[in-house]
Design a protein around this ligand. Structure first.
Ligand code: CO
Length: 174
């Protein structure tokens, strides 16, 4: 399973709710973890593997040996956000080698369903809250470049243009 790179239009499509909690969904989540670990990520949203569903996986350790820290969230929804906001460096598997500081609420309470469709709530703070909010943005077709400061967008323009050129070249080959 390949990670879809910016500016692939699948990253900007509408993502549909997960409705079938079956073996196929379990296989998809497992393949997403595999792709995430392979590319050294800590989180991955389904549109990033070309599947436009409201599904995300993450492991704040990014370590396949830490299965205990794996989270699969189907149809996640934010219940509350803390007022306090914090800047922190983020990368994205759909933007290789691009990093920027993004400001986000420092804590969040959310509701989601597991792979069986069972609802659960989760309270996240700090790094975990940051990963989750980055991945949730993907489900709303929002990319971290949309949240960058204007000066970072200027600083990263050449790298972003390069990704666009690579995408165009890859389309021309198919
Ligand atoms: Co991302």
């Amino acid at each position: 399973m390949e990670v879809v790179l910016y500016p692939d239009p699948r990253l900007r499509r509408r993502n549909e709710p997960v409705e079938r909690f079956d073996a196929e969904l379990e296989r998809l989540a497992a393949a997403m973890f595999e792709a995430m670990y392979r590319t050294k990520g800590v989180g991955l949203a389904a549109p990033q593997v070309g599947v436009n569903l409201r599904l995300l996986v993450y492991n704040p350790h990014g370590d396949p040996a830490r299965k205990d820290a794996e989270q699969v969230l189907c149809n996640p929804r934010v219940l509350t956000r803390v007022k306090e906001r914090e800047w922190g460096e983020e990368g994205c598997l759909s933007f290789p080698s691009i990093y920027a500081k993004i400001e986000r609420p420092n804590g969040i309470r959310l509701e989601a369903q597991d792979l069986k469709g069972q609802p659960f709530t989760l309270e996240l703070a700090g790094w975990d809250a940051r990963i989750f909010q980055h991945e949730l943005d993907h489900l709303d077709a929002i990319l971290f470049i949309d949240r960058m400061t204007p000066s970072d967008r200027v600083r990263l323009k050449a790298q972003l243009d390069e990704l666009v050129d690579q995408y165009k070249a890859s389309q021309a080959r198919t």
